[in-house]
Design a protein around this ligand. Structure first.
Ligand code: NAP
Ligand code: MG
Length: 504
């Protein structure tokens, strides 16, 4: 391939100048060739609604654009559903539940789920590219995390479908019926898999609304459902903004609704459904504490802290957005963190070397910018590397605030961006008190050499997940969900299945 190499080299843009030491930024040293799919992604120019096994035009005839947050270019048009389309989707789901899916033996449903998992694996690269283009996350994350984990959820739940008698030992379980689901934009395909796989394994049928800015991979998943021969109406996708989400949640048909998104919207939905007998699960916001004790393996902890907050641009409900570090090692840890974030590559998400990709939307970028400005105004010490950001698209430098107090907005509010607030503590009890002093309770991290301390912390921290000497690790077998304003109900594992069935 020497000719190709030569041709590629000649088309490279001129190398950027190396910034002055000591601010040596790896991201500014090299330019890489664009990935081939950047120019020609396998996307349709228009995506219709997916109702009753078919792609159908929205009744109102309207479409909206889905853009690439990395360069602000239009990727495709997405159907704007109306309440009449939501009615049609629920009618299809009801027919599919009563006519086919609800009465199909679990061992037969399992075959469809296995097929979906395998087809998703077959098209893994295509899905990873679509996810990165539509949402802005680095390709190495969509390739190595989102898509394989989505397939893993279908495999895992396929394995359960013929063993449902063991979900609640001593009891028999039955599906609930039709389920309405609404998901956010931070893990578009993975959230589909988290929500759909347990619902389908249990024998329910679904109407799901993806987030407005990231509908493409859900609609590509609909293609997989068609290829897998999934009976029409078992899964229906309606696309649009918050009003359509509200129409999905408030519709009379579903026996259960499942929502992942902000606490604010979760509360609106719960108010709307108060007094009904619908079953609900809510996966809401978070403000996790990543707690580092003085006996922790520090370099490993620094990697965990970086992964905890900068993974997926901090667009992670369980992000370790508060670092609680023991006072005696605070300076050392902060110095290591500053050195480490200078080496993070911020930029084109399609570049496989990128660590921090694009912020999902201008709206979210504005929200992050405003909260960081509030953090500065409150007198917290800000550190950002001076890396160059692409001229077009939505980007935010990795940011560390140190000397943060508990009352500061950046210690209390979910920023949902690559921003870490560093606080200190002296004793174990103070660490627990500070970690729990939040309205949220989704996750936490503990870094220490002592097993007994890990056990104490995991018992006393009011968080659905506590990672020990690691962070942001997921597995379909492990239930995920919150305490307090982070929601209720679990996704994953046997516990997740219990939220999609009734005991008979
Ligand atoms: P969001 O504004 O609450 O939106 C989530 C979804 O709800 C979107 O599909 C949205 O539609 C839709 N929606 C908006 N208003 C609605 C309404 N009144 N009724 C029904 N649906 C409505 O949240 P986001 O900003 O997209 O996502 C970030 C939030 O999700 C963060 O707070 C994060 O912590 C949380 N999250 C939690 C988990 C978890 O497992 N706990 C996982 C991921 C994210 P449009 O986007 O089209 O407007
Ligand atoms: Mg988009």
């Amino acid at each position: 391939m020497p000719a190709l190499t030569a041709a590629k080299k000649s088309s490279r843009p001129a190398a950027r100048s190396v910034p002055h030491a000591p601010e040596l930024i790896f991201g500014d040293l090299w330019e890489f060739d664009p990935a081939p799919e950047t120019a020609e992604p396998k996307l349709k120019s228009r995506y219709d609604l997916f109702i009753n096994g078919q792609f159908v035009a929205p009744k109102g005839g309207k479409y909206f654009d889905s853009n690439n947050p990395a360069n602000e270019q239009k990727l495709a048009e997405i159907a704007l559903a109306s309440p009449a389309d939501v009615d049609a989707a629920y009618a299809a789901a009801q027919r599919a539940y009563e006519g086919v899916w609800g009465k199909m033996p679990g061992r037969e449903r399992a075959k469809y789920l296995f097929r979906i998992a395998r087809l998703l694996q077959d098209r893994a690269r295509e899905f990873a590219v679509a996810e990165t283009l539509d949402g802005g996350k680095p390709i190495k994350e969509s390739r190595d995390f989102d898509v394989p984990m989505a397939a893993a959820h279908f495999f895992y739940h396929a394995g359960w479908a013929d063993k449902l008698d063991y979900v609640a030992p001593g009891r028999r379980v039955a599906p609930l019926g039709v389920v309405g689901q609404v998901i956010p934009w931070n893990f578009p395909l993975l959230m589909c898999a988290w929500k759909l796989a347990p619902a389908l394994a249990m024998g329910n049928t679904v109407v799901l609304k993806p987030a407005e800015t990231t509908s493409i991979t859900a609609l590509k998943l609909a293609e997989v459902f068609q290829d897998a021969g999934l009976p029409p109406g078992v899964v229906n996708f309606v696309t649009g903004a918050g009003e359509i989400g509200a129409a999905v949640m408030n519709h009379p048909t579903p026996a259960k609704i499942a929502f992942t998104g902000s606490t604010e919207v979760g509360k609106i939905i719960m108010r709307g459904l108060a007094g009904t007998d619908k079953k609900m699960t809510m996966e809401l916001g978070g403000k996790a504490a990543n707690i580092v004790f003085d006996d922790a393996p520090l370099d490993q902890a620094v990697e965990g802290i970086i992964n905890g907050i900068f993974f997926n641009q901090g667009h992670v409900c369980c992000a370790g957005s508060r670092l609680l570090v023991q006072e005696s090692i605070a300076e050392k840890v902060l110095a290591k963190l500053k050195t480490r974030i200078r080496t993070l590559r911020v930029g084109d998400p399609m570049d496989k070397n990128t660590d921090i990709g694009a912020i999902n939307s201008r709206e979210q970028l504005d929200r992050i910018t405003a909260l960081v400005a509030a953090g500065v105004k409150e007198g917290n010490a800000l550190y950002q590397p001076s890396c160059k950001l692409p001229a077009k698209g939505f980007y935010f430098r990795p940011t560390i605030f140190s000397g943060v107090s508990m009352s500061s907005r950046i210690a209390r509010e979910e920023i949902f961006g690559p921003v870490l607030s560093v606080l200190t503590f002296r004793t174990v009890d103070e660490a627990i008190e500070k970690a729990n002093n939040t309205a949220y309770g989704l996750s936490a991290g503990v870094w220490t050499d002592k097993g007994s301390r890990i056990l104490k912390m995991s018992t006393e921290l009011k968080a659905g997940v506590v990672w020990a000497n690691t962070y942001n690790k997921f597995d379909p077998t492990s239930p995920f969900g919150g305490y307090k304003e982070s929601g209720f109900g679990r996704e994953g594992g046997r516990q997740g299945l219990l939220d999609y069935c009734k005991l008979v």
